[in-house]
Unconditional design. Sequence first.
Length: 322
Amino acid sequence: MRVFSGIQPTSQLHIGNYLGVIKPWIDLQSANNECLFWVADLHALTVPYKPIELKKRTSEVVAAYLTAGLDPKKSIIFRQSDIKEHTELCWLLSTITPLGDLQRMTQFKDKSAKHAKNINAGLLNYPVLMAADILLYQTDLVPVGEDQKQHVELAKTLGKKFNNKFGEIFNLPKAVIPKSGARIMSLTEPNKKMSKSDTPTSYIALFDSPEEIKKKISSATTDSGKEVKFDIKNKAGVSNLLTIYSLFSEQPISEIEKQFKNKGYKEFKESLAELLIKKLKPFRELEAKPEYIDDILKQGAEKAQVIATETIQKVKKSMGLI
Ligand code: TYM
């Protein structure tokens, strides 16, 4: 299977990104799939950002991939903006994309509300670029978090529409959403998704210090009860912390509930903070060597380019451009 997924280099990566996608990617890589894991830097331009930080963030994302266990010998690791065919295919696909479909996208509505002073056309066209990313590589599986499912479905719809209009060019992709961890919630507002664009107290960044981790977990919103029990409806905060505990410790939630029976939230939170401090240690100790990362991106781009060139040639031919 060809597996394809990426992360935007906007602010810091958090444990939602790690549990929702990076961890599942490692399993897909180990299962001998043909994997492309890349950095979605063009997508990151759609919300306000500092140009001077973009390259640094891109390197950080790649460094996090490597620390988590992505292996450049097994997976193609590259940067979106190095392959010009992403934007070329985006334009071609935009000519068959209904405007209404883009206006209905949940992420467009959320981000337009959040960045009311910067509702740019890129924000609206974001899912077309994402469809171009996916279809360009003739992808089978797209492992993403819950919030990206709608975008992957649009990519499939556009691929199908294109094939019907111009001939069988694209492989149709399928989203892969993990059963647990696909939607890690905010620590401060557990009814909202953990997001890197929210206040830093609402998420644990992969590079957070032990002190920051302790502080954020101890002040994470829970409820007025005492029981460490999974109950999304009445105990959203505790349930989220239990999910995080379970995924990092690789223990079922029922075991953790048993372990903290009659122990209260304080003890549970202290234990979770210790677990996170231990599991995130490799990220904190990471020494990203810029030349090494540049080299990985260069080699990844060379491999990605071969697939991208082949697809774009077929697309342009089918559309009467060559
Ligand atoms: P981005 O950078 O917002 O998020 C990267 C991935 O992390 C997942 N994610 C989460 N999973 C669980 N809990 C959370 N709280 C959480 N927050 C984020 C996201 O679902 C995502 O899979 N549009 C994509 C980037 C992209 C892409 C693509 C992905 C562009 N083109 C083509 C796959 C295929 C995005 O916004 O990622």
